[in-house]
Design a protein around this ligand. Structure first.
Ligand code: FAD
Ligand code: SF4
Length: 398
């Protein structure tokens, strides 16, 4: 007699029901499914167990005494790359979409978890299991809002699919890795992107309204290594707003509380990570974490221009100075911000040092946020690697 897995008796929550992580929920989608049964262990905001999951996914946890691993996680290789023929309309050059297409068309997987836009609003995410090139391409470009990617997990089980690629950000992947063995798959491939400072759909509107000259025509934006937010508008025009010019008073609470308590910026549990933060302007940054990631990258190497990663500058003074600014949420006049942005870009950190700048700044900010708002969670929720990074800086007294 076959035993029905206990999660099948559970039931996903309705949209209106409060999630177990309460205000810290990042809407990863797990609780929309019967895998909510495992939420206590799986939710990144209830139980932090990155080192254990690193061992499960990569065979070991990161070497904390190796600076490169302390910051970027377990890896075999890091390179800068871009597609020789970029995909029109992709977030960057479309390495993520190209990899997904190659895996599907070469038969490594039967489906791909990715996220398209809802038909009524381009910024409202619509998770899908893509089964052909067109469906993957329809998911290209970031939906810069919390996205319930795991809400399709029950469909995987129902479809009988055995080989799957999942594309997602850190909190989604932490939950996915925790329930991986319950999904009935022969092989799960995980393609991650870094992620930080995400917002709810209403938070996104507030950000666009306070930052862009034309919020209703924005089709794409990115926080870039030149310390500006780059917007693209539907008429093809571009707009740049320096980070230092963001209306931080107005935007103080815009980022989702989940993202203010997240320390998995670089997606520690994916087989391969594709971002931009460790590369120079115009290039993407690829981190191969394990043998599966290596196998994945090989599939599209002939579509890529590849170069070694570089590291230039020294971030530390800038991060230390930024700590009091985060704490006070200051806003500079926009013209002054432009000048600062120019100076910082000329002498500022580049390549991996920019990546470390961004990690340091976010980890310190988030550590202070958790310390202030969830002091009882601080010890268990902040991973050891993040504690060591934050310890490089002088923090305001409690
Ligand atoms: P494309 O080929 O355009 O494909 C994009 C893929 O992203 C699609 O497959 C889609 O399914 C998936 N996706 C879109 N929106 C979401 C979402 N909300 N949740 C999960 N998956 C999604 N990189 C950095 O280096 N530093 C950062 O701070 C950073 N922040 C990010 C924040 C968010 C919310 C997201 C989604 C990504 C972020 N990235 C960051 C990754 C980076 O912006 C690009 O997504 C990545 O470099 C891939 O570019 P591409 O052209 O290859 O992707
Ligand atoms: Fe559930 Fe995901 Fe929200 Fe955690 S983050 S409560 S797992 S939906």
């Amino acid at each position: 007699m076959s035993v029905v897995p206990s999660h099948r008796r559970a039931k996903g929550l309705a949209d209106t029901q409060r999630r177990p992580a309460k205000e810290l929920c990042s809407e990863c989608g797990l609780c929309d499914t019967h895998y909510i049964h495992y939420v206590k262990d799986a939710c990144a905001f209830i139980t932090q167990h990155i080192d254990e999951l690193e061992t499960q996914s990569h065979g070991r946890s990161r070497h904390l005494d190796n600076e490169q691993e302390l910051y970027f996680g377990v890896h075999q290789e890091m390179v800068a790359a871009r597609k020789t023929e970029p995909i029109e309309g992709a977030q960057w050059t479309g390495i993520v979409s190209s990899l997904a297409i190659a895996m599907l068309e070469r038969g490594l997987v039967e489906g791909v978890i990715c996220v398209q836009s809802s038909t009524s609003d381009r910024f409202t995410p619509q998770p899908v299991i893509a089964r052909n090139r067109e469906e993957i391409l329809a998911a290209r470009v970031n939906k810069p809002t919390l996205s319930p990617n795991l809400s399709v997990l029950e469909q995987i089980e129902q479809s009988g699919m055995k080989r799957l690629l999942a594309i997602g950000v850190g909190c989604q992947i932490q939950a996915l890795r925790t329930v991986e063995s319950k999904l009935g798959l022969e092989k799960l491939y995980v393609l991650g992107t870094p992620c930080t400072d995400n917002v709810t759909r209403s938070g996104l509107q507030k950000f666009l309204d306070t930052t862009s000259r034309s919020p209703e025509t924005v089709v794409h934006y990115e926080f870039m290594q030149d310390f500006n937010v780059h917007f693209k508008h539907s008429d093809g025009s571009t707009e740049q707003v320096p980070f230092f010019g963001l209306n931080t008073k107005e935007l103080k609470d815009v980022f989702a509380p989940s993202c203010m308590t997240c320390f998995d910026y670089t997606n520690a549990l994916a087989d391969i990570v594709v971002g931009y933060m460790g590369a120079t302007f115009g290039w993407q940054w690829i981190v191969v974490r394990n043998e599966t990631g290596k196998e994945m990258l090989e599939l599209i190497k002939d579509q890529l221009q590849v170069q070694p990663v570089i590291s230039q500058g020294d971030r530390r003074a800038a991060v230390q100075q930024g700590i009091s600014a985060y704490d006070n949420a200051m806003t500079l006049p926009i013209w002054l911000a432009w000048i600062i942005s120019f100076v910082v870009n000329k002498v500022g950190p580049k390549g991996l040092e920019y990546g470390r700048f961004s990690i340091d700044s976010h980890f310190v900010r988030n550590f202070l946020y958790v310390r202030r708002n969830y002091p009882k969670k601080l010890e268990a929720h902040v991973p050891e690697f993040a504690k060591r990074i934050v310890a490089h800086y002088q923090l305001p007294k409690v």
